[in-house]
Design a protein around this ligand. Structure first.
Ligand code: SAM
Length: 264
């Protein structure tokens, strides 16, 4: 074996060892020929999923700022950087996922993607708004999902929100009346009525799954938090814009929760 080839093999072995140390990976990312989760139970995830809605996102993010909440190993953060975003900040609550994200960004030479340990409940501490906020695959892991959406709307979402949630139940979306009579017996049993299914124990062998919305609940919660749904380019995925918060005229209906350490 010639010398440069030997060096390449050594570098690949070293990278593979670093990937293995941080396993298991939820994001399957191609780090220069080495895949991080080749045996993912969802196949090539989230690459395959992204292919189905990537067209709905701005192709050019030059000059834009992006916040990726629950960034995991940074798949979406890196994709936004590929689209030219000026600033990308990925936050997650899990140290191992953050270490994966840092390794992926380093291996792909996206050194200026920032990653920080921060919970969605503490986004107010950033004291900053972002042009694009990604909130994919996190809502159902939260014990307080609407609080999280309220905090995102109040503190960090300047314009676009890219949202996804694990979704189960009816795909129908019922026309919701402005009000229901106290004695109305049937409305809540309509399949298309917004519903969050509460998981007391585990779902999919994961105790961090707490609420599984149906499609109507995803849409209703986004609207209730002050997001206008622009499109639903793929199952469970929504592209939204920050809009008026319903009932805001009645006072602070949204995130009555301190912006931890923040300026607001
Ligand atoms: C199912 S993964 C989704 C990852 C990625 N956003 C995606 O769509 O592929 C959920 C991620 O949310 C993170 N997470 C869970 N609770 C969180 C919280 N309170 N604040 C920030 N991240 C959280 C987890 O650590 C995990 O990385």
């Amino acid at each position: 074996m010639s010398e440069p080839q030997q060096r390449d093999t050594m570098a690949e072995d070293a990278l593979q060892a670093r990937i293995d140390t941080l396993a298991p990976w939820f994001h399957n990312i191609n780090l220069g020929g080495i895949w991080t989760a080749p045996d993912h139970f969802l196949g090539d995830y989230p690459g395959r999923k992204f292919e189905r809605f990537a067209h709905a996102l701005p192709a050019d993010l030059t000059g834009k700022s992006v916040l990726d909440i629950g960034c995991n190993a940074g798949f979406y953060s890196i994709e936004m950087k590929r689209r030219g975003a000026a600033r990308v900040l990925g936050i997650d609550w899990d140290d191992r996922y953050l270490a994966q994200a840092r390794l992926a960004a380093e291996a792909l030479a996206f050194d200026d993607v920032e990653f920080a340990k921060l919970s969605v409940y503490d986004v107010g501490s950033l004291g900053e708004q972002f042009d694009v906020v990604i909130f994919m695959g996190v809502l159902y892991h939260l014990r307080h999902p609407l609080l999280a959406l309220d905090l995102i709307r109040e503190h960090v979402a300047r314009d676009m929100l890219i949202f996804q949630s694990l979704t189960r139940g009816a795909k129908a979306v019922a026309e919701i009346a402005d009000d229901y009579d106290f004695n109305e017996p049937d409305a809540f049993d309509e399949p298309g009525y917004p519903k969050l299914h509460f998981v007391e124990r585990e779902f999919a062998h994961d105790w961090t799954n707490w609420w599984v919305p149906n499609r109507a609940a995803n849409e209703a919660m986004l609207r209730a938090a002050g997001f206008t749904i622009e499109s639903g380019p793929h199952d469970e995925v929504y592209i939204c814009r920050a809009g008026p918060v319903p009932f805001a005229d009645y006072g602070p209906v949204g995130a009555v929760y301190p912006a931890v350490g923040g300026s607001k």
